[in-house]
Design a protein around this ligand. Sequence first.
Ligand code: DGL
Length: 274
Amino acid sequence: MFSNKNIIGVFDSGLGGLSVFKHFLKTLPQYNYIYLGDNAHVPYGGKSKDVIYEYTKEAIDWLFAQGTNLIIIACNTASAEALRRIQQEYLPKKYPGQKVLGVIRPLAEAAGQNKKLHKVGIIGTRATIDSNVYQTEIKKLNKKIKVYQISAPLLVPLIEEGWTHKPEAKNILKSYLQPLKVKNLDALILGCTHYPFLLTETKKIMGKHCLVPNTGDIIARSLKNYLTRHPELKLKPSARPIVKFYTTDDIKQFKKLGEKFLGRPITRIEKIKL
Ligand code: DGL
């Protein structure tokens, strides 16, 4: 049974969502959080829509069972392939009145509403790129904008292995970005929450004229705004906020890389089965 415990739930297929969560902790440090990484099933990016939906649904059930008042899917792939169905079919039936948000809308708005941008690139997992969701959302806001998309399936496993600083990772990133670089883009959106861990390298490759926005910061500011507009969620600031982490795979690996990615210690962590 759902019980309101004053917690924000954050979900990703693995460690990538930490690039967003880091900014939640910075922008909205007064709340209690549960972060869930489905590391046992990562990467989601090459899986079918139905499988991504099933995994996401299980994560949502688990997070609501912990008493979360609101869930953020800090995963582009799950946001692209499962969020709409969850919001339109699953929530009204199983959790009427409860809210689950994704990460694509705020990023698409940041691109589509910026009048200085004429050519925008999107880099994401195969599932996100094939869904065409960024192109659709951005074009709703600015029909004239040109959107170029590339999927980069090898990056997520490299990041989950902690290979971000290895030359092999940089070379693979460079190969993926090459077709976008030649388009002389005004901006490149990192449409996968894992990729910000390669932000410095990405900026270097794309050059000074190409804006590579800090996606975690945009999503955190959008959440802050959402919370002020939705007092009915009954999320109250906590005097001593609690942050808990859960993974569906090895705790040691999550802690080791997670602490590096978050830049702070992970003290409360448990393994769960979805
Ligand atoms: N971090 C995720 C995303 O934003 C998923 C990566 C994956 O599991 O393939 O797309």
